[in-house]
Structures are given as C-alpha cells and as structure tokens.
Design a protein around this ligand. Structure first.
Ligand SMILES: *Cc1c(COP(=O)(O)O)cnc(C)c1O
Length: 396
C-alpha cells in the first residue's frame, strides 16, 4: 500500500474545511461548524477579518519577500510596536512557534556564553510542557510520546514538576542558564501557573543571574485578556517566544528579549530566510491594529468571564463528566473526569462544535477573540445538547 502523499503523522478527522465565515467553518460536504478551536488558538480575528485580508492582499501585490539581506521598513515597524507594547527591547521574527522557542533557547545560552560562562547552558523546563516539534523543542519537554523514534535528544534541559518552586530551587546548579516555562500550559491541559510560582521564578532568576524565558506561543497576543500572560503575574521575563495568534493565521512568530538578555545575539549568530518578510509583517501589523488596545483586551476579559461563569454552571449539571473549569480570558479548559477526546469528537461530529483536546483529560476552548454574544449563545446551545446526548465509550 502506498504512503499518503500528506505524510501520515496526523490522525486527521473527516471534517474538511474549505471556507471560513467569521467564527464558523464550512466543510467540503457543506456542513457548518462553530469554531472554538481557531486553528489551535491561531485565528484570533476569526476567518474573514476585512483588515487582515486587505493588509495581506495589498502587501502581496506590492512586495512579498526580499530576505534579510536588506533593510526592512515593514519589520522595523512591527518590532517597534512589540517593543512599545511589552517588556522587550528587541525582536527576532520567525515563521512558527517552535522557531521562536529555538531562538529563545539560543538567546538564553548566548547570554551566558557571550560573557565567557560556557558551562551555563542548561534550561530548567517543566513536566508536560509543550514547546514545539523541532529536535531542540522536543528535547525541552519531558513528554516521551514526542521523543519516541527520535533519539538521542539534545542535551541541556532538566525537567521538574510544573508549579513546584522547591523542585526548581533544588534543580539549580552550575550549568543552569535559566528557566523555560509556559505561564499557562496549553497542550498540557490549560494548567495555570500560580502567582507564587511565576513570581518565585522571577526572584530566582534575579538572585542567580538566570534567564526567565517564557513560552507564550499559545498564551500571547491577547488570548488571556492581557497582551501577554506575564502581565497577569506582575512580572516581566527576560526572553519570550510568541507565535500562533501573532499572524492571525499567517505563519508568524517572534522571539522578544530585553537588551541585556540579547547581549549574545550579535551579527552572524542567528538567521532565517523567510523570517519577518514583508508579507508576514503586514499580517502582524494588521493583527496588532485590531487587538493591541485596551478596549479589545477588556472585551476578551469580559467574554472570557461570561463563558467561564456559564461553564461553571453548566458542569454542575454533569458531575460525572466534568470536574473543573480553568484558564484566563479566552484560553479556557474543561477538565473532564473521563478521557476528553471522545467528547471532542462527539461535539464535532454530532453537534457542529469544534474544540481541541489537551493533556490531563482537558477539553480546550480557544475561540477567535472576536466572538460575539450570538456565538457565545450558540456555543452553550451546542455544548449543552452535546453533553445531554453523550454516552462515554465503554473503556473510557
Ligand atoms: C503551538 C505551540 C508551540 C509550537 O508552535 P509551532 O508553530 O507549531 O511550531 C510552542 N509552544 C507552545 C506553548 C505552543 O502552544
């Protein structure tokens, strides 16, 4: 039997979207779905945002790509905006989240090695983390399902339990370069780090001259109701990886850093052929036009609270199915008492609602940030009907 022309690494379902309309997807066979998956927290402006579409169309017709050999007015503009909006002094643009994390790892190592501390190369990372699928980023996670078949891993990562500050303290040694952490573990099951943990990491980094590196690939760009989730904790990182929502569907990521943290990232140390090309910059600028303002951020908080309150009430009706609602803004998780995957499938196939399963038996809800009241009402109708008609599989 011949291998599928699309390398068969994904168990693709039979929903085959061909068109997007705001917060809905229409499949090849004409079915219509409410999209609370949003391309896994990517399509923050939904599927037919006029500003994003025209920015990409105009830039495509003007200048798409020139490489990083030339000056970039488009890149300077987006970098300046990110610097003005965040802790950062500088940005490196990438095409994906994993590449943004790779740049963050290199920046943290270079911080120490540039100063002659060759021995400080190790990042402390966290159990059940997800940082991407490159060799470096799978090595940064303890998840064996991502390692199998790809050994050996890259050295330089030490895993400890998430949200366990004592474990972090015990793991710090002469090789430690810093910490790499998701403020809210996304793939890991919408697990929210405590204030004490995040503030403790900041204090440890200051005390030991270590880099606090945040993976905000999923939590970033208004997803939690803050522009970046570190704002929820009243701390600032040294280095941050961002992607997913940043291009609103156009592949775009960035590694942000303070001037101090980026001291090793000098001429010739890093690069990317496509990274930050004019087309990607147009998409990123259009996304920021829409989301990087207090009114938009407040709307995410308000919608998130409304959905969270509704979910808390809803799960009370199904104590055998659901355990807990967690998350911030429009990055929400329903922790289930059974495996979440069959329920995700049931909602999709029988109730036209797209969600994403995550670790720790969690149903992940990451809708476009532009959802309105009508979509929220529709969500609760579909979810309630789905829960009422659900029979868990025998072995779940
Ligand atoms: C999705 C994700 C990544 C990887 O992003 P890609 O664009 O798939 O490479 C890394 N870190 C986190 C936290 C993510 O959610």
């Amino acid at each position: 039997m011949a291998i599928d022309p699309l390398m068969p690494v994904y168990p693709r379902c039979d929903v085959r979207p061909v068109r997007g309309e705001h917060c809905h997807l229409i499949s090849e066979d004409g079915r219509r779905f409410l999209d609370f998956a949003a391309g896994i927290a990517v399509n923050i402006l939904g599927h037919s945002h006029a500003g994003l579409i025209s920015a990409i169309q105009d830039q495509a017709a003007t200048l798409m790509h020139v490489s990083n050999l030339y000056g970039s007015p488009q890149g300077e503009k987006l970098a300046q905006r990110l610097v003005d909006l965040t802790f950062a002094d500088t940005a490196f643009f990438t095409n994906s989240g994993a590449e943004a994390v790779e740049c963050a790892i290199k920046t943290a190592r270079a911080y120490h090695q540039h100063a002659g501390n060759e021995e400080r190369y190790e990042l402390i990372t966290f159990n059940n983390a997800f940082h991407g699928r490159t060799m470096g980023t799978i090595s940064a996670s303890n998840q064996e399902k991502m390692h199998k078949g790809f050994m050996p891993l890259l050295p330089g990562f030490k895993y400890v339990d998430f949200d366990d500050l004592d474990a972090v303290k015990a793991a710090i040694g002469p090789h430690t370069a810093g910490f790499l952490v998701e403020p809210i573990q996304g793939e890991g099951g919408i697990r929210v780090a405590s204030d004490a943990f995040m503030q403790g990491l900041r204090a440890l980094a200051d005390e030991h001259d270590l880099m606090l590196v945040l993976d905000e690939v999923q939590t970033g760009v208004a997803r939690t109701g803050r522009f970046y989730a570190y704002e929820l904790y009243g701390i600032e990182p040294d280095i941050l990886a961002t992607a997913k929502g940043l291009g609103g569907g156009f592949p775009l990521g960035a590694c942000l850093a303070t001037e101090k943290a980026a001291r090793g990232m000098v001429f010739g140390t890093h690069g990317s052929t496509y990274g930050g090309n004019p087309l990607a910059m147009a998409a990123g600028n259009a996304v920021l036009d829409a989301v990087a303002n207090d009114v938009f951020l407040a709307s995410v908080v308000e919608k998130g609270e409304r959905i969270k309150a509704g979910l808390a009430q809803f799960i009370g009706n199904y104590p055998d199915l659901f355990e807990q609602v967690r998350g911030h803004g429009l990055m929400l998780g329903l922790k289930m008492k059974i495996e979440s995957r069959p329920f995700v499938t049931h909602l999709r196939d029988n109730h036209g609602l797209l969600t994403v399963s995550a670790g720790d038996n969690t149903l992940r809800l990451v809708p476009p940030l532009v959802i309105g009241d009508a979509e929220i009402d529709e969500f609760f109708e579909r979810l309630s009907a789905g829960a009422a008609s659900f029979t868990p599989p025998e072995n779940a």
